[in-house]
Design a binder for this molecule. Structure first.
Ligand SMILES: Cc1ncc(COP(=O)(O)O)c(C=O)c1O
Length: 420
C-alpha cells in the first residue's frame, strides 16, 4: 500500500477543489457523510443573515420578503438534481412524515391494490411507518422480504412478491447497511407491468449517486437532505410525486400550508392543486436556509462527476481492504459490483464496535477517523466525493491495520452507543 498512489489519485481528481467549500478539521478524517454531511461554508453566512437580519430585524415581515418563497426555490434546485420536474418535488417535514404521507395517500387513492411490501434492507423507520399505516386499511401486515444474506437483495424475490401481491412497495434505493443499490428502472418497470408502484427512499443515494427519476420511470420517492446533500442536522426531508399521479393523491395530513389559499383562513379545507398540497404547517425556516448551499455545490459539481468519483474511491478502498486486511478477519459486507453499490463501504468484524470507537479516538500513529457502527457487527465508511480524498481512505486503512495488528481495540470498555 503506497501513500504516493493516493497522492497521485488526489492530484488527478477533478473534484478536489470542492473540499474547500466545506468546514474541515485538520485533526480528523470524516467518513460519515452518509449519516450527517459536512457544513458548507456558505451555509454559515446564510443562516447568520437569516438570524441577524431576517429574524432579528425584519421579524414577521420576512415571511413576505423571503421565507414564503424559500421552499419553492429549494424545490426547483433539488428537482434538477433528481431529474424531476419542478412541481414534482416538495421539501418540508421529515423523511418519515413524507413517507407516511405518500404511502397513506396511495392506499387511499385506490390506484393500486391494498398490499404493502418492503424488505429487510429497508431502514427500520420506513418499515415501522408502513406497518403502522397497514392497520388503517385493514391490511394484515406488510410483507417483509428477507434475503439469504445481508449484502445484496435478490431481485427475483422482489419480483415474486410483486406477482403474488401487487400493490405498493417501499424500498431504499441504497441500503443503509451494506450500501446495496437496486436497479431502479428495472424494478419500476416490473412494478408498472404488474399494476404496482415502488416508493423509493433515496436518503442514502441522493447527492452521492446519479439519479434521474424521469428516465427511470420513478413515480414516488422520499429522502433525507442531511446526508450527502449536506443540508445540516435535522434538515427537512423531501418527497417526489410524478405529475401523472399527483392529482389522484390526497395529503392525509390536512394542514393550512397545504390549503389552496392558506392566508385567506377559510373555514373549509381545499387542497392546493399542485405539489404544495403535501405541505402541512409552518416550515422550519432555519433548517431550510441551511439546505441551499449544499444543493448549489452539488449542482455545480454535477451528480455524474460525483458518482464517477464515488465509484473510483469505493473501488480503491475495497482494493486496499482486500490487500491489507485479509489476515485480520475483516469481511467486506458491501456489493463488489460498483453498479450495485451506493457511496458507503461496509465491513464486519467480531469487535466492530470497539474498532469503530478506537478509530474515532485516534492515536499517535493515526488521526481520528470518524465512521459509524451499525449493530451487530458492521462498520460503515461513508465516501462523500465532494470532500473525501483518496488520502483520507488510505489513512483509514492504515489506522485499521494498526488497530488490528496491535489489538488496541481491546482497551475499549463496553458502553452505550447512541449514534455512531
Ligand atoms: C434510509 C433512511 N430513511 C429514513 C430515515 C429517517 O429519516 P428522518 O429521521 O429524517 O425521518 C433515515 C434516517 O437516517 C434513513 O437513513
Amino acid at each position: 500500500m503506497k501513500l504516493k498512489q493516493a497522492i497521485e489519485l488526489d492530484r488527478k481528481d477533478s473534484l478536489k477543489n470542492y473540499k474547500s467549500h466545506f468546514l474541515n478539521s485538520k485533526k480528523e478524517i470524516y467518513l460519515n457523510g452518509n449519516s450527517l454531511g459536512k457544513l458548507p461554508i456558505k451555509s454559515i453566512k446564510k443562516i447568520r443573515k437569516t438570524i441577524d437580519y431576517e429574524w432579528g430585524d425584519r421579524l414577521v415581515r420576512s415571511w413576505n420578503e423571503k421565507w414564503l418563497d424559500l421552499s419553492d426555490n429549494l424545490e426547483k434546485k433539488l428537482a434538477k438534481i433528481l431529474g424531476a420536474k419542478k412541481r414534482e418535488v416538495k421539501i418540508g417535514d421529515s423523511t418519515s412524515i413524507n413517507l407516511y404521507q405518500i404511502v397513506f395517500s396511495l392506499l387511499k387513492s385506490n390506484l393500486y391494490k391494498k398490499s404493502l411490501i418492503s424488505d429487510s434492507f429497508n431502514f427500520p423507520s420506513d418499515n415501522y411507518i408502513i406497518e403502522g399505516i397497514s392497520s388503517n386499511f385493514n391490511i394484515k401486515n406488510p410483507t417483509i422480504i428477507n434475503y439469504s444474506q445481508d449484502i445484496s437483495a435478490e431481485i427475483n424475490l422482489i419480483e415474486k412478491a410483486i406477482k403474488k401481491s401487487p400493490g405498493i412497495l417501499c424500498l431504499s434505493l441504497v441500503s443503509y447497511k451494506s450500501g446495496w443499490m437496486y436497479p431502479l428502472k428495472k424494478l419500476n418497470d416490473y412494478a408498472k407491468k404488474n399494476n404496482s408502484i415502488i416508493v423509493w427512499d433515496l436518503s442514502h443515494a441522493v447527492g452521492a449517486t446519479h439519479i434521474d427519476l424521469k428516465k427511470t420511470n420513478t413515480l414516488a420517492a422520499v429522502g433525507c437532505s442531511y446526508k450527502f446533500l449536506n443540508g445540516g442536522p435535522g434538515a427537512p426531508g423531501f418527497l417526489f410525486v410524478d405529475n401523472s399521479i399527483q392529482s389522484k393523491l390526497e395529503n392525509p395530513i390536512k394542514g393550512w400550508f397545504g390549503h389552496k389559499l392558506p392566508f385567506k383562513f377559510f373555514d373549509k379545507y381545499e387542497a392546493a392543486n399542485n405539489i404544495n398540497k403535501f405541505d402541512i404547517g409552518t416550515p422550519g425556516v432555519l433548517s431550510m436556509v441551511g439546505m441551499e448551499a449544499g444543493l448549489d455545490i452539488i449542482t455545480k459539481a454535477t451528480t455524474k462527476s460525483i458518482r464517477k468519483k464515488s465509484i473510483s474511491q469505493s473501488e480503491y478502498f475495497i482494493s486496499l481492504i482486500n490487500q491489507e486486511l485479509d489476515s485480520y478477519n475483516v469481511k467486506i459486507e458491501s456489493p463488489r459490483d460498483p453498479l450495485n453499490r451506493g457511496s458507503h463501504v461496509t465491513i464486519s468484524h467480531a469487535e466492530s464496535w470497539k474498532i469503530c470507537r478506537t478509530l474515532a479516538k485516534g492515536s499517535k500513529k493515526f488521526p481520528k477517523i470518524i465512521c459509524d457502527y451499525r449493530p451487530d457487527k458492521y462498520i460503515r465508511f461513508g465516501i462523500s466525493p465532494l470532500y473525501t480524498s483518496f488520502q483520507d481512505l488510505y489513512h483509514a486503512i492504515n489506522a485499521l491495520i494498526e488497530i488490528l495488528k496491535t489489538e488496541s481495540y481491546k482497551k475499549i470498555k463496553k458502553g452505550e452507543n447512541r449514534v455512531t
